[in-house]
Structures are given as structure tokens and as C-alpha cells.
Design a protein around this ligand. Sequence first.
Ligand SMILES: Nc1ncnc2c1ncn2[C@@H]1O[C@H](COP(=O)(O)OP(=O)(O)OP(=O)(O)O)[C@@H](O)[C@H]1O
Length: 318
Amino acid sequence: MYYDEHEHVIEVTDLKRVYGGGFEAVRGISFSVARGEIFALLGTNGAGKTSTVELLEGLTAPAAGRIRILGHDPYRERAAVRPRTGVMLQEGGFPAELTVAETARMWAGCTSGARPEAEVLERVGLTGRHEVRVKQLSGGERRRLDLALALLGDPEVLFLDEPTTGLDAEGRQDTWELVRALRDTGTTVLLTTHYLEEAEGLADRLAILHEGRIAVSGTPAEVTAGRPSRMSFELPDGYFLGDLPPLAELGVCGHETDGRVVRLRTTGLQRTATRVLAWAERTGVELRGLDVRSASLEEAFLGIAREQARQQVREVAA
Ligand SMILES: Nc1ncnc2c1ncn2[C@@H]1O[C@H](COP(=O)(O)OP(=O)(O)OP(=O)(O)O)[C@@H](O)[C@H]1O
């Protein structure tokens, strides 16, 4: 694996983006990505992911702050940066009448040092679809074509904006494997995604954006550390939450019930699970749909949204 934590291929400092009318979509964010690292930008809808990625791609100049891609300003020094980067946009927008092969050929014509089209189409699993028109491709196949075009120039830095949206489970796995293989040969990857399991499984480090700011960043383990784990189950007829041992004794820090379904949050999963199961055994009840999961990015994500909502309520009340 090629990974050099000292060589920052992407450096972002105090970045801001302001749209017409003065709306601040990106409000002073900073992060860096090392060579050979996969970095994921996550966030709620409208958090500012696409607005950030567009700045990194040099499509427009920031309102404030500094970006360096491979040591260059991607907007002012576009000619130095562009040939070394690959960009997979959310909507490729290719002519619908062209075939897959024609599209790749056209794109290769605009790409310096392009790899052979057939090789790149094979990498993304589009072999056998060369003569199909773009308009006849499924949504997932279109995403694969978008990815193939981003890879044509054998880029050092790859920007992927929601690369697996529209792909089925197998297509998603294939894309993840390909992205990992690229990373392992030294490609630096910055991706945005709505799928938390994608970031959890793929990213070396990530940042969760919320309303234009980075709410939390780090490795997936760092981001989930300290977040509660979850346990849920269904009680049999005639049993209620109050029949369980006291929640404090179970080490529970939060709970919800919905009829007989009980959801517990805990920072001591082993203790909680052991005591709940011991109670079930003693009482002779079967806990249906038993589900126990460690702290996950989903919990971190929901926690951030909850904290921000509470903050807003406090601000309105003040
Ligand atoms: N051209 C524009 N003019 C004004 N506001 C914009 C423009 N483009 C985006 N915005 C606003 O900026 C904010 C950030 O949008 P952005 O598309 O970057 O978010 P995102 O995190 O990529 O969201 P999503 O997950 O929904 O794609 C949103 O409030 C959006 O409405």
C-alpha cells in the first residue's frame, strides 16, 4: 500500500463559499488528505459537500481560504492541476445518442496521456456494453461510465461525488473494490457520499459536514469513539419496558419504546447485553428481532443532527 502521511496532496484551510445573495454554504472548513488516502465528506442534505468539492475541482474560486491540490491552486493554476486529477460528477451529462465506446473515445481525446478506453471500461465492468447508447444505460451503468471517464487520465487525485448512487449492492461492492485498488497504488481519493456504511467501510478518514462547517472529523474509529452502541428487541405479549431490571442497572443511557419494541442506547454494550439476556433467560422470555450493534457512523451522524437541533432550540429560546 502506498501511503505517505507527510505528503498532503489536498490541503484546505479556512475555506468559504458564498452564493449570490450572500448565502454562506461553506463556512470556514479546514482539512488535509495525504497521498494514497481515501477521505470521505459526509453530511446532511445541503451541508455543503458539493459546494466544497466544486471548489477543490477548481470550477470556481472560493470566497475566502486556501486550497492546494498537489501544491497548486486548482482555480488559478488549473492547467497544472487538471491533467493530474480525475473528476466524477454527480451528473455526467454526456450526449445521450453516443455509445459507451464513442463517449470514452471522445473523452480520451480531451485527456492527456489517456489509458486505452477498452482497459478502463473493463475496470468498471462495462465490457460488453461498448455499443450501447448512453441513453439506454441503466442509472448504475451510467455511474460506472462516469467513473471510467474520471479514470481515463490515470489520475493522481480522484474526486468522486456520490460514486455509488443508483448502483445495486453488487455494483457498490465492485466500485468499493476498485477505489481500494486505486488507493493501494497511490491514488488519493476524495469522495462524497450519503451512504454511511460506504464511508465506514471505505474511508481512511472522514469529515461530517453540517450547515457548512465540519462537525467532526477523523478515522471512522475516532469519529464513532464515545458514541453509544445500540440494542433492540421485541418483548413478548404482556411484557413492558418496566418489567426489565432498572435501566440504570443495565447501564443504559437512552431508550425508546414503540409498543413492545424496545431500543436501548448504551456506552457499555457488553454489560447491557449480558444483563438483558440474563433477565430474559431468568424470566423465560424470547426476545424477538434481537439486534445488538456497536457504535456506528450512523449513531455519530444522528448524534450530530440531534445536538445541532438542541442548540437551535436553545438559540431560539434565548
Ligand atoms: N447555485 C446556488 N445558489 C445558491 N445557493 C446554493 C447554490 N448551490 C447550492 N446552494 C445552497 O448551498 C447549500 C449547500 O449545497 P450543496 O449542494 O453544496 O450541499 P450538499 O451537501 O452537496 O447537499 P446534497 O447532499 O443535498 O447534495 C444548500 O443550502 C444549497 O441550497
